[in-house]
Design a protein around this ligand. Structure first.
Ligand code: GTP
Ligand code: MG
Length: 642
């Protein structure tokens, strides 16, 4: 979503990206950090005060943790760089700074390229290269594909390219080259876990109950071409987040490219490749306010090759809109167990803990707003959603047309629809969702979905949603599994600087003291005294999805947990579970087939941050994929130490 749309009410300057990530930073910061006249810092007991920013640094630091100024004079200390203690890493900001300036070769903030915050699981180049011609009929030639890839490759930052632990859309486990196992710290290297129970500080708690709108992370999911981006773009336009002038620009440009019907989708599909192909490839993030919520829209790609990106966005969702194309044949294609994405998306979001769902039955204009068609879809899909674990009362069904603006933010004006539907419109349905609960009283945990390095300042930012706890400028954070300890230099929410971020907030965290090489998508920021566990061997409770090939001991799978992915092997199938009671029904079955629930063990190629679901939902929900499809979803029931 164009971030600029939310930065102010003046949309008149068209679509040029007026958002500058570096606006947050004092451009001279590091320049000032090397004063020609040496300034002596004040030394308190156990700390030294930075002469520039007055931050009280720990005695062990050789440079200021906030602004990077060298301590003057340098204390006589034994700085053993090989010893990967968190303190030593934190204190090594000088070398980090030098490295930043040397490797200053990446696009600033490519994730907000063209003003859109993009969430992607892996590098786009590998993603696009995995698309076959058959899978996107609109693609004209493979040379076009490779051109697109090159363009995309250019956009990938250093951080992003390092993120390619697993070729997106490349299902072969052999191709997976995880890097995480080389980066993880041994247990003895980690800061010692606090024995004292965690107690949140006062600033972490919201000042006044009800003072701010509740944030609602709303994933827009569904089969390819069902109209997710068009619906999102339409909503943003209707709610004044996209100006009339801007909309005209989209319409004109889309028409010139022969893609007139995609004008609203262009608000979310910003890259030339997405526009040319008419498909969403990475998750677009947009914001709008309703009566009750500050809604963060996560517009997911529907194409099967971009499911890893969809997962990356959907793991952050509190609720979801499942968009269905009502046209004859299209709904059926979407729910096809082997080729459609409707079922897979529904199962994935349920496995990520989303239990409130709005089913937007879109393109009702194509079926003349037929009640019969609506009822058929509701009946067929409703039965499946029940199987996924959605309760009838938590599913809202809204017939609408994004293209003809029917039933989006006001009651339908079309007599055909009005004659049989008097229920809520989409905006009302969003407002009627239950507010999500937030774990503010627990230590901070933030799975990192993207890492961006600023070209001009070299600052490293981690982007993600806080699963629990709170952060503010100056907070110390531990990066797991690398073990780096850094300091939050600044925070940004919805493209704007903010002072505090709490559980549920999607933020960009500018870090100080963390080396770019020691943080990547799939890592987790946490409280230094409450490090999140890492695991390589886990016990899972899973449900095998429709249409999946049997899972046997030795099956090679892709293991997805929050934004982390690793190659995994099934090493034990412990028991089948009775679907009604959830109790073990058969011990050590030879294989698992579709619709079966079971307890099994998998061993990963490398360690990932993970936790038992009962302790931390965000780090305990998993999906297993193979050959480009999700074969099972579930939760971690045990971390196994080998
Ligand atoms: P992916 O992100 O690639 O999965 O597609 P999407 O679900 O975002 O679909 P998108 O918004 O790109 O729309 C696909 C096509 O459906 C476009 O040509 C839209 O104009 C069309 N479309 C979307 N909504 C409607 C609708 O309500 N009625 C009609 N007739 N067409 C629609
Ligand atoms: Mg789309």
């Amino acid at each position: 979503m164009p971030r600029k749309v939310f930065d102010g009410v003046d949309y008149d300057d068209g679509y040029d990206d007026d958002y500058d990530y570096d606006d947050l930073d004092d451009a001279d910061y590091y320049g000032k950090a090397q004063p020609s006249e040496p300034v002596k810092e004040t030394i308190k007991r156990g700390t030294w005060s930075c002469p520039i920013c007055t931050y009280d640094n720990d005695e062990s630091m050789t440079a200021c943790d906030i602004c990077g100024v060298f301590r003057n004079p340098l204390p006589h200390m034994n700085n053993n760089h090989d010893k990967k203690t968190a303190t030593a890493k934190t204190s090594d900001s000088s070398s980090a700074k030098t490295q930043w300036s040397k490797t200053n070769n990446v696009e600033d903030n490519n994730h907000v390229k063209d003003g859109v915050l993009r969430l992607q699981a892996n590098n786009k180049a590998s993603a696009s290269s995995s698309i076959s011609k058959e899978s996107i009929p609109s693609m004209e030639s493979s040379s076009k594909l490779s051109t697109g890839n090159e363009q995309l490759g250019d956009q990938v930052s250093g951080a992003s390219s390092r993120r390619n632990r697993m070729g997106e859309g490349t299902p072969s486990v052999e191709e997976i080259r995880p890097q995480s196992h080389n980066r993880g710290m041994s247990k003895s290297d980690l800061p010692s876990k606090s024995r004292a129970p965690y107690k949140p500080e006062k600033w972490m708690l919201p000042e006044k109950e009800g003072s701010d709108l509740n944030q609602l992370n709303l994933a827009i999911v569904g089969h390819v071409d069902s109209g997710k981006s068009t619906l999102s773009g339409r909503l943003l336009h209707l709610l004044g987040r996209i100006s009339q002038k801007q909309m005209h620009k989209y319409e004109k440009e889309a028409k010139i490219q022969g893609k007139g019907s995609f004008a609203y989708a262009w608000a979310l599909d910003e890259s030339p490749e997405e526009r040319e192909r008419g498909i969403t490839m990475t998750v677009g993030v947009a914001y709008f306010d309703t009566k009750n919520y500050h809604v963060v829209v996560l517009d997911s790609p529907g194409h099967k090759d971009f499911i890893p990106n969809m997962i990356s966005g959907a793991t952050q969702a509190d609720a979801a809109i499942l968009v269905i194309d009502a046209s004859i044949g299209s709904f059926e294609a979407g729910v096809d167990p082997t080729k459609g994405q409707t079922r897979e998306h529904a199962q994935l979001i349920r496995s990520f803990g989303v239990d409130q769902l709005i089913v937007a039955i879109n393109k009702m204009d194509v079926v003349e707003y037929s009640k019969e068609r609506y009822d058929t879809i509701k009946q067929k899909l409703g039965a499946f959603l029940r199987l996924c674990g959605f309760k009838d009362l938590s599913v809202l069904w809204i017939p609408l047309s994004a293209m003809e603006n029917q039933n989006l933010v006001s009651a339908s004006s079309d007599a055909r629809l009005r004659s049989w539907y008097q229920g809520p419109h989409l905006l009302d349905a969003i407002d009627s969702l239950q507010p999500p609960t937030r774990d503010i009283s627990k230590p901070v945990v933030m799975p990192v979905c993207d890492v961006v390095k600023s070209q001009s300042t070299g600052q490293v930012s981690a982007i993600g949603k806080l699963a629990s706890g709170a952060l503010r400028s100056g907070s110390k954070v531990l990066v797991m599994p690398s073990g780096d300890v850094g300091t939050v230099r600044s925070l940004e929410r919805d493209s704007r600087p903010c002072t505090v971020a709490r559980a549920g907030d999607n933020v960009s965290v500018v870090l100080h003291g963390v080396e770019e090489t020691n943080i990547m998508s799939g890592d987790v920021l946490c409280h230094p005294e409450f490090p999140v566990p890492t695991a390589k061997h886990v016990e899972l409770k899973v449900l095998v999805l429709d249409g999946s090939a049997p899972i046997v001991i030795g099956s090679q799978l892709e293991f997805h947990v929050h934004h982390a992915k690793e190659a995994a092997r099934v090493v034990k199938i412990i028991s089948l579970l009775d679907p009604k009671t959830g109790k073990a029904s058969k011990k050590t079955p030879r294989c698992l087939v579709a619709k079966q629930s079971a307890i099994l063990e998998v061993v990963l190629n490398g360690s990932v941050c993970a936790e038992e679901y009962s302790n931390c939902k965000a780090l305990g929900r998993v999906s297993l994929r193979s050959l480009g499809r999700t074969v099972a979803v579930g939760v971690i029931t045990r971390l196994i130490e080998d």
